[in-house]
Write a protein that binds this ligand. Structure first.
Ligand code: ZN
Length: 141
């Protein structure tokens, strides 16, 4: 990544802080309600299913399937200029929760709904590591 100074950073404090701390350590975690067990992402203070306010962070496999995708073309923010075109994705993890991310590798032309994907981590700088996804196996063509 060539332009880390201007790369947009998510809020690294508040409800999502443990998600980003785990990503910096190469781990993918998702908030889970300790009252009904439901995963929830993005992180937030209450459960949408039972309205419970207690939660824990659970490590997840990092494996899932491509739920949706779109290819991003120019123009884009300057920080992403050297990445376009890239494939923005929604992944459904095998544990159930959904994550918005990016498909990496020589992937855009091969993206198919349902393709198996797995997490990889890309260090942006000392404060931010992004959980991205790549194909877990060669997709059907
Ligand atoms: Zn709940």
């Amino acid at each position: 990544m060539s332009d880390t100074a201007s790369f947009p950073h998510p809020s690294l404090v508040g409800d999502a802080a443990p998600f980003w701390e785990a990503a910096r350590e190469g781990r993918l975690v998702v908030q889970a309600c300790t009252e009904c067990g439901a995963f929830r992402h993005p992180p937030r203070p209450a459960c949408a299913r039972c309205r419970g306010s207690a939660w824990e962070w659970r490590a997840v496999s990092g494996r899932g399937e491509l739920w949706s995708f779109t290819t991003i073309h120019p123009p884009t923010l300057p920080a992403f200029a050297d990445r376009v075109p890239y494939t923005a994705i929604v992944v459904r993890l095998e544990e159930g929760p959904f994550l918005v991310s990016t498909l990496v590798g020589d992937a855009a032309a091969a993206a198919r709904i349902g393709s198996p994907v797995e997490v990889v981590f890309e260090r942006v700088d000392d404060t931010l590591t992004l959980p991205l996804f790549r194909f877990a196996t060669a997709p059907d063509r």
